[in-house]
Design a protein around this ligand. Structure first.
Ligand code: ATP
Ligand code: MG
Length: 636
């Protein structure tokens, strides 16, 4: 099958295309219509059909592979490892579902899950899916304020949490953060279900807090029938990472999502029932929803949940997991690969990685050196894939399960079936020509599995994401990119990473690439900073390969000049950073995304806002100190 034909059908005849994909899952009641696009941009898929995510993830596999592994929960933090077969996982999920029902949770009720990467988190998600409750997983690294905002938005009846997470061997207590968040929130949950891992003491609130261990004993062995849901009912709410602004509550459906995941597992991730999938993400992110919990299980694969660092107890840990569980498909992020690249390669070479077929990477631009290094060391293809919390599954990639098309360095690939991707001119909305920069947009309807709306706010959904042109509804990804003459796309950065220097619009990514080409530069971030004369100027934050290259002010100034000269040459003088600041590290989220808005805010002397997802707060502290020192110098 040629991918081009496969893709073409998905765009020209979505009804036929998706009707065929819908056979990949079980339906309790058949749908009557594939797509309802009568009220654009709202798309409704598989109208009238009834199904259930938990049924497709678990019950469906019991007869054929009930005793095969379904969930492998590994924690190098607590040195624990447990394998649940499909039967055992179903039993745990039923038990959790019964406990939730006992606490009054029913169809349509929201359940907020604020948990570390432990098996109970997956039980809770699947239990919600089973009884038709709407889960909202909030990343365990968030602090009280961020959690409170999400509690107020989702208004959960129940919160499921734990005593603590753990990082680098140190417990990170959750309970006091949760209590503070509930205090701050206006919407109070009726109950809080707590998994006690024995890592940190918990102050239980009488009448509200319930210890899960007790309920688990009480409900053990209880069977909870699946609540069948119409395809367009809500499955979950998940907030975007908030790299660029106020997080949006992405709401997803049931039927379209199940079909989209099943299809992506077949055509993009090429996973077969009985094999093992390992995604290193976190259940707090969309990758954790689609490709730790639901996708692999819907495909009948065992899935690995890993709590711990990629380099602890040693940098071979992930590869030891691949060997032990014969992982065939692995999904990670470029940032994690860059961490491993700094480690001795022997840790990888120690293990038998012959089961591994492909490594998938997503979440941020994948640079060529990182990609070719890991592909070379592992001896397997690396497949980049570009998507968003909003879409739930890849927009751009290479669907090797359809046709083994070669990839191109720096490109996540081609538009995936179902997505009518275009590059348009920001101002006029016209299609760009080959290699011309523009906004990456998707012409509606979005395919199954994508966000239905912003939870509780249809208007915000329409206003934030959609524009109309020539009677067509256009979804903006807020990323900009180019398409080459052969149809490969390249993501150049976010549209709000564009800076406007004296009327010239420049992508910060372009300036970053230019600076990266300097031999002494390890990593760089460029942000646009308000400037009274030019509107905005570029400021570059540079991490050097050897920090002593800028040890003295003179050496720093000389290197700054060199870097400016490189940008002058490659981008032009308009892109020349007004300042180059040498730092030890860049502020990033735990999922590896650069916190540009925070960098920009400190440069402009503003409050950097919500920083609870930041990986290393010291990085931002250092940058603040450097900037203050520079200002003091300039004044003297
Ligand atoms: P917010 O929308 O709240 O600011 P966010 O956009 O960081 O948060 P996500 O939905 O997790 O939240 O991230 C999606 C974004 O990540 C994409 O829009 C794109 O900018 C970037 N991205 C994801 N995958 C890739 C990839 N393979 N290559 C380049 N960029 C990618
Ligand atoms: Mg986004």
């Amino acid at each position: 099958m040629h991918f081009a034909d496969f893709y073409r059908e998905s765009i020209d005849d979505p009804q036929t295309f998706w009707r065929r994909q819908a056979t990949l899952i079980d339906w309790h009641k058949p749908y009557t219509e594939v797509l309802d696009y009568a009220k654009p941009p709202f798309a409704r898929w598989f109208i009238g059909g009834e199904t259930n995510l938990c049924h497709n993830a678990l019950d469906r596999w019991i007869a054929t592979q009930g005793d095969m592994p379904a969930l492998v929960a590994i924690s190098t933090e607590t040195r624990s490892e447990k394998v649940y077969t499909f039967k055992e996982l179903l039993a745990e999920v039923s038990c959790m579902a019964a406990a939730m029902q006992a606490l009054g949770v029913g169809k349509g009720d929201r359940v907020l899950i604020y948990m570390p990467m432990i098996a109970e988190a997956a039980f809770a998600m699947l239990a919600c899916a089973r009884i038709g409750a709407v889960h909202s997983v909030v990343f365990g690294g968030f602090a009280s304020h961020s959690l409170a905002t999400r509690i107020d938005d989702a208004q959960p009846k129940l919160i499921v949490s734990a005593d603590a997470g753990s990082r680098g061997g140190k417990p990170i207590p959750y309970k006091h953060l949760l209590d503070a968040a509930i205090d701050l929130a206006h919407a109070k949950p009726a109950s809080v279900l707590l998994v006690d891992r024995g890592l940190a003491p918990m102050q239980m609130v009488a009448g509200r807090d319930v210890d899960y261990a007790g309920l688990r004993v009480r409900h053990q062995g209880q069977q909870v029938p699946v609540t069948w849901l119409e395809a367009n009912e809500k499955s979950y709410i998940l907030y975007t990472s908030g790299t660029t602004g106020k997080p949006k509550g992405v709401q997803r459906d049931v039927g379209g999502y199940a079909v989209a995941l099943a299809a992506s597992m077949k055509y993009i991730f090429c996973g077969n029932a009985g094999e093992t999938y390992f995604s290193t993400s976190d259940i707090g992110w969309v990758v954790g929803h689609s490709y730790i919990v639901y996708g692999p299980l819907i495909a009948g694969m065992a899935t690995i949940m890993y709590e711990g660092l990629p380099i602890s107890p040693d940098p071979g840990i992930w590869w030891s997991i691949v060997e032990k569980y014969r992982v065939t498909r692995m999904f990670s992020a470029p940032t994690a690969v860059r961490i491993l690249k700094k480690q001795p390669v022997e840790f990888m070479k120690k293990y038998d990685l012959s089961s591994l077929k492909t490594l998938y990477l997503a979440g941020e631009p994948l640079d060529e050196p990182t990609s070719s290094w890991i592909a070379g060391e592992l001896g397997v293809p690396v497949v980049d894939n570009y998507w968003q919390t909003e879409t739930g599954w890849p927009i751009l990639s290479i669907a090797k399960g359809v046709e083994d098309i070669p990839s191109r360095p720096g490109s996540p690939g081609l538009p995936i079936y179902g997505y009518k991707v275009r590059i348009i001119d920001e101002v006029g909305g016209e299609d760009c020509t080959a290699n011309e920069k523009g906004m990456v947009v998707i012409e509606g309807p979005l395919p199954p599995g994508c966000m239905q709306t912003v939870y509780g706010d249809d208007q915000r959904f329409v206003q934030t994401y959609w524009t109309q042109s020539g009677g067509r509804h256009i979804y903006s990804t807020f990323d900009w990119g180019i398409r080459d003459a052969d149809g490969y796309y390249f993501i150049l950065g976010r549209t709000d990473d564009v800076i406007n220097v004296a009327g010239h619009r420049l992508g910060t990514r372009e300036i970053e690439e230019s600076i990266s080409s300097h031999a002494k530069v390890a990593e760089v971030a460029v942000v646009g900073v308000a400037d009274q004369i030019k509107g905005q100027v570029a400021v570059a934050f540079v991490v050097l390969k050897r920090s002593d290259d800028a040890a003295t002010p003179e050496a720093g100034r000389a290197l700054e000049q060199e870097i400016m000269a490189v940008v002058d040459r490659q981008v032009g003088a308009v892109g020349r950073p007004a300042r180059v600041v040498f730092v030890n590290g860049l502020p990033k989220t735990r999922s590896g995304k650069l916190l540009r808005r925070a960098l920009q805010a400190i440069c402009e002397g503003r409050d950097p806002g919500d920083l609870t997802t930041i990986e290393d707060p010291a990085a931002l502290q250092q940058i603040r100190a450097m900037l203050e020192a520079r200002t003091a110098q300039a004044v003297n």
